[in-house]
Design a protein around this ligand. Structure first.
Ligand code: ADE
Length: 231
């Protein structure tokens, strides 16, 4: 998979790339590349944003700047680009990212992520260049970089070879294997600490009973969805 992140702060991703599963994915041939809007702005002095028409606080990322960056990267009109490539604007009001959307994105060959700063994007960027507008939660971050990292983290760990153990991504919270429910609780040594005992069934060595217990625990934690709190 090729992921292109458009950002004003490519350096922000240095730490992210060092994370084990990201490094594994990159070593396995997947690619994460960055385009700095500022490198492609047609305006003077590296300008990328402007004050909002109608007044109000903050600055808005300009449509001409984003268009120039997309043109420079792909050599074609960004209006056409979204027909055969997911071009995802990261914004607090977008579709909430959940495991199903992550799985869908992980099946793409290429993704383009547009992260913004300031007050947000000129709406024409969303309307004419983007295939999706995605939010990582109903709160406002100072910029889309963390949101882009969250999305990349969740997508990359679904790719074969990213995790140390291939089964890790199969039976985890919100997966089909658990019918969309959160994962069951885990315990490790010591088997007892301050009187807090690990459930006997997990020490029994009885695999069928352990499995049954885990599925029941997972189901009991509920099938909370992105639309509402866990019960
Ligand atoms: N940019 C700022 N806040 C965001 C959020 N909650 N999700 C995605 N992108 C954002």
């Amino acid at each position: 998979m090729q992921i292109d992140v458009f950002t004003l702060f490519p350096d922000a991703f240095a730490w992210f790339e060092r994370q084990r599963h990201v490094a594994n994915a990159l070593a396995g041939g997947h690619r994460l590349e960055y385009v700095n809007y500022r490198d492609h702005t047609p305006l003077g002095a590296g300008q990328v944003d402007d004050t909002p028409f109608g007044g109000g606080a903050g600055m808005v990322l300009r449509v001409d700047v984003v268009e120039a960056a997309l043109w420079a990267r792909y050599g074609r009109d960004p209006v056409q680009l979204r027909q055969d490539r997911r071009v995802i604007v990261l914004a607090p009001g977008g579709t909430l990212l959940d495991d199903a959307l992550v799985g869908e994105l992980a099946r793409e060959e290429a993704l383009t992520l547009l992260s913004g700063r300031y007050e947000g994007f000129d709406q024409r960027i969303v309307d004419h260049f983007a295939s999706d507008e995605v939010s990582i939660g109903r709160y406002v971050l100072a910029g889309g970089e963390l949101a882009a990292m969250v999305l990349c983290d969740a997508v990359l760990r679904k790719l074969p070879g990213a995790l140390g153990h291939p089964d890790s991504a199969l039976e985890e919270s919100f997966s089909d294997a658990l019918a969309g429910a959160p994962e069951y609780p885990h315990y490790t040594r010591p088997a007892e600490w301050r009187g807090w005992r690990v459930p006997d069934v997990l020490l029994s060595g009885h695999h069928a009973r352990i499995r049954e217990w885990r599925l029941a625990q997972s189901a009991a934690r509920g099938t909370g969805s992105a639309d509402g709190p866990l019960p």
